[in-house]
Design a protein around this ligand. Structure first.
Ligand SMILES: Cc1ncc(COP(=O)(O)O)c(C=O)c1O
Length: 428
C-alpha cells in the first residue's frame, strides 16, 4: 500500500496513520512499509522468469532486521560491504551461499568471517584490487578452505552525467574495482591461487542510474570481459556475471516514466543473451530501488521564522538523521502529515533542521501557509537511518516497521543522556 492522504486529510503509510506513529513514537522517526518493500523485491525476482539469478540486496541501503528479513523472505540474498553487515545478513536468516561481499579494504578479520561463514563460506568474496588476491589466498590457506572469488571490475563507465558525482563509482579515477586493464592479470593470479576459485565477474557503475542504456553500457563491459576470458579458457569455473545495483528511484514524484528495476533486468538479460552468456547466473545488487520510496522520516515542526529573505520551517530532524541533502545535494519531497483544517493557502517554506551547519537544509517546499505541526520527508527508506549520527549530541532517530496495516515493530528511542555521559567520560 503506498503513501496516501485519506479523506480526512491524514497521511497514511501502508494503511497506518502517520499521525498515530508520531503520537506513539515521537520524532524524528523513520517509518517503513515493509510489505511494499517485499512486493517490490518479488516483482524484481519475477523479472528473471526462472532463469538463474541472485538479487543480492545491498544491505548498506537499510540494514534494519525488519527490512532485511522481509526482503530475504521475498527471495533476496545480500550484498554486504563490512563484517558487521555480513553478520546482520546471516543473523536475518540469509544463507551464506546467497551472500556476496564487496569492499575496497576488507580487514583480515572480515575476510576470515566471510571465509568461515556456514559450511563452505559465502557465495563470493568480490576482490576489488589485484593486491587483495594474495591477502585472500593467505586467509583461505590459514582457514584450510577454498574460497569462491569474484572480481569487481571497474568498468570505466562514467555515470557522472546521469547521477551525482559522489555516487558515481565506475569511472577510472574512482577507488572501486579492479581496473579493466588489470583484470587479465587478476584472473591469472586467481587461477594460480590454490585456495581460490574464480566464480564471477561484475561491476557497479554507481547509484541512482536513471537510464537503462547507461546501465547496459556498464553491463556490456562485464559481458565482454567474461566472454573473452572464457574464450581464452581462463574462466572454466565462471558461474555468474554481476551487473551491480544502482537502479534509480524518482525522488521528484513526477517522473512516472522512469524505468523500474524490472526494466533494467530485462535490458541486461537481453544484452547477456546477445553476448552468449545465458548459461551464467545474473547477479544484481540493488539497494535504494527496493527500499527508498517505501520509507519516510517524520519530524515535528519546532518553530517557524519569517524574514525578508525566506519563510523558515525549523524541524526536529536534521542532517544527522538524513544526510543525503547535505552529502549529495539530494532533494526529498516534504509534505504535511495532517492537512490544514482551516485555510488551504500554501506558501514556500525553507525546511531546515536544528543542526548547527548551513548544509542542514532540506530545501524549499510548498506547504500550508499556517505552519504544519508535523511533516514527512519522503523517499527516505534508503541511506537514511544507516547514515544517521549523533552530531551536536542529537539522539539517533527511531524506526517503525509497518506491516499488515499496523505498526508491527519499532525501535527504542535512546535518551541524549547516554551521549552526554559518553562525552563527559571521554578522556576522563
Ligand atoms: C558495490 C555496490 N553494490 C550495490 C550498491 C547499491 O546501490 P543502489 O542502492 O544504488 O542500488 C552499492 C551502493 O553504493 C555498491 O557500492
Amino acid at each position: 500500500m503506498p503513501i496516501v492522504r485519506d479523506p480526512s486529510g491524514l497521511l497514511r503509510l501502508g494503511g497506518v496513520s502517520l499521525a498515530e506513529v508520531v503520537d506513539r513514537l515521537g520524532t524524528p522517526t523513520y517509518a517503513y512499509d515493509v510489505d511494499a518493500m517485499a512486493a517490490g523485491a518479488r516483482e524484481l525476482e519475477a523479472s528473471f522468469e526462472g532463469t538463474p539469478h541472485l538479487v543480492a540486496y545491498a544491505v548498506k541501503a537499510n540494514s534494519a532486521g525488519g527490512v532485511v528479513r522481509a526482503l530475504a523472505a521475498a527471495g533476496c540474498g545480500a550484498d554486504v560491504v563490512s563484517g558487521a553487515e555480513l553478520r546482520v545478513a546471516l543473523a536475518c536468516g540469509i544463507s551464506p551461499d546467497r551472500v556476496i561481499y564487496n569492499g575496497v579494504a576488507k580487514t583480515d578479520a572480515e575476510l576470515d568471517a566471510a571465509i568461515g561463514a556456514g559450511g563452505s563460506g559465502i557465495a563470493a568474496v568480490q576482490v576489488e584490487s589485484v593486491e587483495e588476491i594474495a591477502r585472500l589466498e593467505a586467509r583461505a590457506a590459514a582457514a584450510g578452505r577454498t574460497v569462491r572469488t569474484g572480481i569487481r571490475m571497474n568498468p570505466n563507465v562514467d555515470l557522472r552525467d546521469v547521477t551525482h558525482a559522489n555516487i558515481a563509482t565506475g569511472h577510472d579515477t574512482a577507488k572501486f574495482g579492479v581496473p579493466r586493464a588489470d583484470v587479465g592479470h587478476a584472473v591469472e593470479l586467481l587461477n594460480a591461487s590454490p585456495h581460490l576459485v574464480f566464480v564471477g565477474i561484475g561491476a557497479h557503475a554507481g547509484s541512482q542510474c536513471t537510464a537503462t542504456a547507461k546501465y547496459v553500457e556498464s553491463a556490456r563491459t562485464v559481458f565482454d570481459v567474461a566472454r573473452a576470458l572464457r574464450a581464452d579458457g581462463k574462466a572454466r569455473s565462471l558461474a555468474y556475471v554481476n551487473t551491480g545495483g544502482g537502479f534509480a528511484i524518482d525522488y521528484t514524484g513526477d517522473a512516472p516514466e522512469r524505468p523500474r528495476p524490472a526494466d533494467f533486468v530485462r535490458a541486461i538479460r537481453a544484452a547477456k543473451r546477445e553476448a552468449g552468456l545465458d548459461d551464467l547466473a545474473s547477479f544484481v545488487e540493488p539497494g535504494r530501488s527496493l527500499v527508498a520510496q517505501h520509507g519516510l522520516l517524520l519530524a515535528r515542526v519546532i518553530q517557524s521564522k519569517v524574514s525578508a529573505a525566506a519563510r523558515w520551517l525549523m524541524i526536529d530532524a536534521g542532517m544527522n538523521d538524513l544526510i543525503r541533502p547535505a552529502l549529495y545535494q539530494a532533494k526529498h519531497r516534504v509534505v504535511a502529515v495532517e492537512a490544514p483544517s482551516g485555510s488551504a493557502e500554501t506558501a514556500r517554506w525553507r525546511v531546515v533542521g536544528p543542526v548547527c551547519e548551513s548544509s542542514d537544509d532540506f530545501g524549499e517546499h510548498v506547504l500550508p501557509r499556517a505552519a504544519p505541526r508535523t511533516v514527512a520527508i519522503l523517499d527516505a527508506g534508503a541511506y537514511g537511518f544507516v547514515m544517521a549520527n549523533q552530531y551536536n549530541g542529537r539522539a539517533l532517530p527511531v524506526e517503525a516497521f509497518v506491516s499488515d496495516g499496523r505498526i508491527a515493530a519499532s525501535t527504542q528511542r535512546r535518551s541524549p543522556e547516554s551521549w552526554v555521559a559518553e562525552r563527559v567520560g571521554a578522556g576522563a
